[in-house]
Design a protein around this ligand. Structure first.
Ligand code: AMP
Length: 412
């Protein structure tokens, strides 16, 4: 029998489950899908096999919890002959949002690892419980299969203490695990590695600033493949302006709103996480809509864009200082890959840092990694499409293959 080389990647959100079955030899997505509105009366199940082309299936039904969602996904996969029970599946890789101080690398799931992830729930009360449900259900469906937890925080574990420690009372911070962790780690890892390949430089000698600009957004300073600083903190709220999150603010805004506006802590939490950022500034969080409104002369949209790109320039400047030498500024995720205007505005006025975009190159639309800086620029500006699922699959496969026997022996 051939070596099992398929990895099922699961990304369980608070009310959704996304999955991809990836062939590790070719990198092909054999199938991908989404179960959303889990727990509501009409959930949506969408399944797209690689073949036949156009074989996308969609249905609406009640999916009560993540267990049912994974069973629905599993049934869809089986209908295409790609079931979780097939011997070609080598492992399941789970995206886990918060790994706290303990998980600095991916972990092969066992009862101890599950208990540790459970302990971290207070640090990520919406995400970690959903991630745990995904892991538990996958274990029930295939108890013999290696399950690997890949943490959003792990890539940032190489930050030096002076970068991750907040200047608050040490005893209080340590007692409650308060420090900078950083998120989007699989994306920052994948993109910084691909950027070094694009530049044709050895990873160990490449310094990059990665700007992951999706609905959530974060920046990182990566020296020789190791993260040395990142903009998200204890939670994903800190740092850049995001779709609905404020990013950096004076923490005293919280006290002020509590004392002066009489707002409760949960209300302020919701304000800063769900009603701030671009949506708070102009009512829209989709950059395409914001650009359309700017073209029509909309003041609020213009201001939102200006606040967003001003913050990006500040982080590029800060991380240039952190790294000392920068080889590339790299844009990724929905906004970073698609919004040429954002890339242009983020480096505008930074010619003194060796940064500029070439208008023609920046306007090209492509799914491939590419340079958008002028020929011979001192610092490259690049676009590298992210692929968090492939990175999770790679890390999962590497760990599952290296453990006792590995998937090769189990099905030999
Ligand atoms: P992500 O979280 O990486 O999926 O990114 C989602 C965000 O990317 C959306 O909210 C949009 O703001 C942005 N986006 C997606 N496509 C485009 C596009 N063609 N132009 C500008 N922004 C885009």
């Amino acid at each position: 029998m051939s070596r099992p080389a398929r990895v099922l990647v699961l990304n369980s959100g608070s009310s959704s489950l996304k999955y991809q079955l990836i062939d590790m030899d070719s990198g092909d997505r054999l199938a991908s899908g989404l179960v959303e509105r889990i727990g509501e009366r009409s959930s949506r199940v969408v399944h797209t096999p690689l073949a036949p082309a156009g074989g996308r299936r969609e249905r609406t039904e009640r999916v009560a919890d993540h267990g049912e969602a994974l069973r629905a996904a599993s049934a869809e996969l089986r209908a295409d002959g790609l079931g979780l029970d097939s011997p070609e599946v080598a492992a399941v890789g789970h995206r886990v949002v918060h790994g706290g101080p303990r998980f600095t690398e991916p972990a092969l799931v066992d009862d101890d690892v599950l208990a540790e992830i459970e302990k971290l729930v207070p640090l990520a009360p919406l995400h970690n419980p959903a991630n745990l449900m995904g892991i538990r259900t996958a274990r029930e469906l295939r108890p013999d299969l290696p399950q690997v937890a890949v943490f959003d925080t792990a890539f940032h574990a190489t930050m030096p203490e002076h970068a991750y420690r907040y200047a608050v009372d040490t005893a209080t911070a340590d007692a409650h695990l308060v420090r900078r962790y950083g998120f989007h780690g699989t994306s920052h890892a994948y993109v910084s590695r691909r950027a070094a390949e694009l530049l044709g430089r050895p990873l160990e000698d490449t310094n990059v600033i990665v700007l992951h600009l999706g609905n959530g957004a974060s920046a990182s300073a990566v020296a020789g493949g190791r993260c040395v600083d990142t903009s998200m903190g204890l939670t994903p709220l800190e740092g850049l302006v995001m779709g609905t999150r404020s990013g950096d603010i004076d923490p005293a805004v919280v006290f002020h709103l509590s004392r002066v506006a009489g707002m409760g802590i949960d209300e302020i939490d919701e304000l800063l996480n769900k009603k701030s950022g671009l949506v708070g500034l102009c009512g829209d969080n989709d950059m395409r809509e914001i650009r359309r409104r700017i073209d029509e002369g909309d003041r609020a949209a213009e201001l939102a864009f200006a606040v967003y790109t001003h913050r990006l320039r500040k982080y590029i400047g800060a991380y240039t200082a952190v790294l000392g030498r920068v080889d590339a500024v790299v844009f990724t995720a929905g906004v970073g890959e698609n919004a040429a205007e954002v890339r242009e505005a983020a480096v505008a006025g930074l010619e003194g840092f060796g940064l500029a975009v070439d208008a023609g190159r920046n306007a090209v639309r492509s799914g491939e990694p590419r340079l958008v800086s002028p020929e011979g620029a001192r610092v490259a500006v690049a676009v590298v499409p992210t692929d968090e699922e492939l990175e999770i699959a790679r890390q999962t496969f590497a760990l599952a293959s290296s453990r006792d026997g590995g998937p090769e022996k189990r099905h030999a």
